[in-house]
Design a protein around this ligand. Structure first.
Ligand SMILES: *Cc1c(COP(=O)(O)O)cnc(C)c1O
Length: 453
């Protein structure tokens, strides 16, 4: 297939030499987050806020109304959100993590437990910063990079029920399901699984919230893979997903195709009131949250484009194109290929590097040094430090090549494939790293490393 768009405004890429890259990554303490973006050729660090907006989104930006309260842009935004997610209360925020922060500061706290299929890094940190415990209960196939289960993001319903019985339903303020499961390889969750989770929640009187950042890709996979869903509109599948939940958190920097934004939504009036009180303290008035009117309009238009079948077919096909090419080369990747990213199984590719010498970080540094590609470690650097201060290997050592939406062409991706091939040839020569500085929380963003050996 071809890209279902043509280019309307161009951004130059900066070519830098291998010598320049070697110096830049050393100065960055071997942390890809600390690089200057200008020193990166193909930036696959994240798909968050890095996509290209459409002509109609830029037109919507011009249409933005910056009234403090009750702006027409707010009503456009609210209506676009409730068209897909018909929750009673929509609370705009500047990003997904602000929605998480507000939600967990209201429902979290010491002695509480929040189950999820797999917590995203900021979600986990926001749960833990209240003193609550974040528990990952993805199905066993979801932890096996080679399992071809069609819905590896599914939550283990039996484990959920056993867990709720053990800790007591009164200590579980909310059950979260992340669609698609970002930290678990971008794998989707089926409608059947959401229904089963809903039943457990009903049985124990629990609230179910969706971490919905990649709702459209998840719905597309349901359409493609789940029995009886193949003829349905993605928008209808999204509404089915929403109808099973009591609320949601969202980062508009993902599937809503915007560069900033997010929201928290719920049906519970008391919860909404408590959350709005925090919102006013930290984000802004409830009709704009942390956003400008123009951002609200860009999101409203982006939501319409996000559920287009033509777009989603391109999105998932072009991601699979990269994943399938890497598989063919013998690069171990998480299969099936997820919607927004290809995850290299660095634990297998660099099996000679022990988990706590960070094989994923070593691979990410090599991809940058070899070809100027920026990726993201999702392994023991990101998840190895426990709240009690001990260090423990993560379930998987992954390197994520996240694909910004509508941004790179097939020839850019062909270049990425060539660079991966070169790194694979030299894989046995790569060495691990040690951490020489780390902050107390979310260490992967700012830690500094030194190469071993
Ligand atoms: C990105 C993301 C978040 C946080 O959203 P931000 O807008 O980056 O704050 C939460 N959950 C998941 C699954 C995400 O991918």
């Amino acid at each position: 297939m071809i890209e279902p768009f043509r280019i309307h405004a161009v951004e130059p890429l900066r070519m830098v030499t291998p010598e320049h890259r070697a110096q830049a990554i050393a100065e960055a303490g071997y942390n890809l987050f600390s690089l200057r973006a200008e020193d990166v050729l193909i930036d696959l660090l994240t798909d968050s806020g890095t996509g290209a907006m459409s002509r109609d989104q830029w037109a919507a930006v011009q249409h933005g109304d910056e009234s403090y309260a009750g702006s027409p842009s707010w009503y456009l935004f609210r209506d676009a959100v409730t068209e897909l997610f018909p929750f009673r209360h929509i609370i705009p925020t500047h990003q997904g993590r602000a929605a998480e922060k507000i939600l967990f500061s209201v429902v979290g706290g010491p002695g509480k437990f929040v189950p999820n299929n797999t917590h995203f890094d900021t979600t986990r940190a926001n749960v833990e910063s209240t003193g609550a415990e974040a528990v990952d209960l993805v199905i066993a196939e979801g932890r096996d990079p080679r399992s071809r289960h069609p819905f590896k993001g599914n939550l283990d319903v039996d484990a959920l029920e056993a867990f709720v019985r053990r800790v007591g339903a009164e200590n579980v303020p909310v059950v979260m399901v992340t669609v698609t499961n970002n930290s678990g390889g971008g794998q989707p969750v089926s409608l059947a699984n959401l229904r089963a989770v809903r039943e457990v929640c009903n049985r124990y009187g629990l609230a179910l919230f969706l971490d919905s950042c990649r709702f459209a890709e998840n719905a597309w996979f349901i359409r493609e893979r789940e029995e009886g869903q193949g003829d349905r509109e993605v928008a209808d599948i999204v509404r089915d997903m929403a109808a099973l939940a009591d609320g949601m958190t969202m980062s508009a920097k993902k599937d809503p195709l915007a560069n900033i934004g997010g929201w928290l939504a719920c049906n519970d009036d008391d919860l909404a009131e408590a959350c709005r009180s925090v919102l006013i303290l930290t984000e802004g008035f409830p009709t704009y949250g942390g956003l400008a009117g123009r951002d609200l309009e860009a999101i409203a238009q982006g939501l319409k484009e996000a559920v287009s079948h033509e777009y989603l077919r391109y999105r998932t096909r072009s991601t699979a194109y990269l994943g399938e090419a890497l598989e063919k080369l013998g690069v171990p990747v998480v299969v099936p290929i997820g919607g927004h990213a290809v995850y290299i199984d660095a634990g297998t590719m660099l099996a000679h590097i022990p988990p706590l010498e960070y094989p994923g970080q070593s691979l990410a540094v090599a991809l940058y040094g070899t070809g100027g590609i920026r990726s993201c470690e999702i392994g023991s650097v990101m998840f190895g430090r426990r709240p009690d201060g001990t260090e423990q290997a993560a379930a998987m050592e992954l390197v994520r090549l996240a694909i910004p939406r509508r941004t790179y062409t097939q020839s850019h991706i062909d270049y990425v494939i060539e660079v991966c091939e070169r790194v694979l040839e030299d894989a046995s020569r790569l060495r691990g790293l040690k951490i020489v500085h780390e902050p107390r929380q979310l260490r992967h963003f700012t830690a500094r490393f030194e190469p071993l050996g």
